[in-house]
Design a protein around this ligand. Structure first.
Ligand SMILES: *Cc1c(COP(=O)(O)O)cnc(C)c1O
Length: 413
């Protein structure tokens, strides 16, 4: 199931901005490994998106929604007290936590909802892990008056009751998935199965830069507003580009959103932080890139994929449900091979420390997913000078995680 890795450095960074190729390949990754029925639906979507991608009217509609509904641009905040305490580089937070619904995910769901509207389909479906993408999808469906069904692993339904109720209040139906490990990957399998059957009246809103072509492309494009803003804000507020960018990586959409507009800026070093769980050496993690997992096909694309000895997709572990995914977007797989992004892992312990530290020192409570990026900032900043600058993507707010942290503190409500 493995393919040979691209020679490191063989692809110039400037080439990366032209990816994927016409067949949806990012070097040896990506593609469209699906049944014939879905293949037709995906070709349709590809054509619709190709006609709208550079259409000024579509872009204007997207920009207006991002401004009036999401509340963009999100601020670039100088975490001065925390930077001083760490005693190194200046840390700047890209405040995606301040978006409507509390994370970067709304950027993509707004974009895909516009595509759903253009397609004239009255029903949308989505997969969700922690429930954040489900909530974002239910939100845009409510706004457009679309029927919305959200697939969610039965284990996650139990763990994330508040988000389940939130989706129901928004008018969505939440369908618990009882197969496999009853988590995100199983939810995505079921959503793909639903789509095959109902492709005539249903638009599938995928929540990250994974899935079959053209999803990794369009989800990246819709999130790239994060990096475009951060680049402009850095020039305005710092007076130059930052020295480093850091973002957490589950499927990889908030990271690609931040990184993509900087891909040709070779002076900007980039770090993608995966979920180290109990530690990569224990096998209990969700870090396919930094653990050097084998490559295989999952959910219609080829990528790095955590698998067991029998070649089955492996169980994953992380304190944050939103990073608990055994694969990773195919574009990240290529960026790892060519060395454009450094992929590292942060363990649960370090993540909780970072969560508490930012909350105490800046009055900002990050999502546990985002706290992975903060944990690496704690490692990196002290190795740099005070006149250097790091931009960290604060992908979401931590309200949804208060119960998880309370439980670890031994507090019952
Ligand atoms: C879902 C989620 C993530 C992980 O998804 P990516 O596609 O890797 O960005 C990260 N942060 C938050 C706040 C999330 O809700």
């Amino acid at each position: 199931m493995s393919v040979s890795a691209t020679q490191p450095g063989a692809t110039p960074f400037s080439e990366l901005t032209r990816m994927p190729d016409a067949r949806g390949h990012f070097g040896p990754y990506g593609g469209r490994f699906v049944s014939e029925t879905l293949s037709f639906a995906l070709e349709d979507l590809e054509q619709t998106y190709a006609s709208l991608r550079n259409d000024p009217a579509f872009q204007a509609e997207f920009d207006r929604d991002l401004a009036h509904y999401v509340g963009r641009p999100s601020p670039l905040y100088h975490a001065e007290r925390w930077s001083n305490a760490l005693g190194g580089a200046q840390i700047w937070l890209k405040r995606e936590d301040l978006n409507h619904t509390g994370a970067h995910k709304i950027n993509n769901t707004i974009g895909q909802a516009l595509l759903a509207k253009k397609s004239g389909k009255p029903r949308v479906i989505a997969e969700t892990g922690a429930g954040q993408h489900g909530v974002a999808s239910a939100t845009v469906a409510a706004r457009l008056g679309l029927e919305c069904d959200v697939y969610m692993g039965a284990t996650d339904v139990e763990r994330q009751k508040l988000n389940v109720y939130r989706m129901r209040l928004l008018g969505a139906r939440v369908i618990p998935v009882e197969s496999g490990t009853k988590t995100l990957k199983d939810a995505m399998n079921e959503a793909l199965r639903d789509w095959v059957t109902n492709v005539d009246n249903t638009f599938y809103i995928i929540g990250t830069v994974a899935g079959p072509h053209p999803y990794p492309l369009l989800v990246r494009d819709f999130n790239a507003v994060v990096g475009r803003e951060a680049r402009r804000q850095s020039l305005d507020q710092i007076g130059r580009l930052p020295d480093a960018l850091i973002a957490c990586v589950g499927g990889g959409s908030n990271a690609l959103g931040l990184f993509y507009p900087f891909v040709e800026d070779e002076g900007v070093t980039m770090y993608g932080v995966e979920a180290g769980g109990d530690g990569v050496a224990t096998g209990r993690h969700a870090a396919p890139l930094s653990s050097g997992a084998p490559r295989g096909v999952l959910h219609g694309n080829r990528t790095y994929l955590m698998s067991d000895e029998a070649g089955q997709v492996a169980d994953t572990h992380s304190v944050s449900a939103g990073l608990d995914y055994p694969g990773v977007g195919p574009e990240h797989a290529l960026w790892k091979d060519v060395g454009r992004v450094h992929y590292v892992a942060a363990n649960d312990d370090a993540v909780l420390d970072a969560f508490r530290e930012l909350t105490h020192m800046e009055g900002i409570m990050p999502a546990l997913e985002s706290a992975h990026a903060l944990a690496h900032a704690k490692v990196l900043a002290p190795t740099m000078r005070p006149d250097q600058h790091i931009v960290v993507n604060l992908s979401g707010r931590g309200d949804k995680d208060i119960m998880t942290v309370a439980k670890l503190d031994g507090i019952e409500f």
